[in-house]
Design a protein around this ligand. Sequence first.
Ligand code: MG
Length: 175
Amino acid sequence: MSKINYDLSKIRAIAFDVDGVLSPSVVPIDSDGNPRRMANIKDGYAMVQAIRHGLKLAIISGADTEPVRRRFELIGFTDIYLGQIDKLPVLRQWMQANGLAPEEVAYCGDDIPDILPMKHIGLSVAPRDADEAVKACARFISTVDGGHGVARELLQEIMMAQGIWPGTDNSAFGK
Ligand SMILES: [Mg+2]
């Protein structure tokens, strides 16, 4: 029984915000005043597996730096939208281009710009330390804070429900 109250067998695609979701909200600032990001290795593993098993993943972020792009390119993302302040049009376009119905999509965000995208899709997810208004419209609130395995928890739940999580009895692990 999944801890997420949603028919996870429907999910074909997941879009992620970066800051506060895949990287913590509190990060160091470099000598030029730019925030640094952190990456969660267990998130990375789950993303690699998800892509390998045919789930469609996207990044939709206000951040616009080369290291962020590179991080997700290396994982295997092909749909990386950076510098996006107005996220809903990007999400809609991505869904349309991939023939995705709202109930087939999960979106994971932590702050005010994520509210409209979260209302547009079936499974809205917020990290435990997300803004209160964001949590109020989330279908599932992660048991962990942003940057501490939000994507891992979500992708593992989805892939377990679909029988494709490595290590589950009917998974394609090792193939
Ligand atoms: Mg954010």
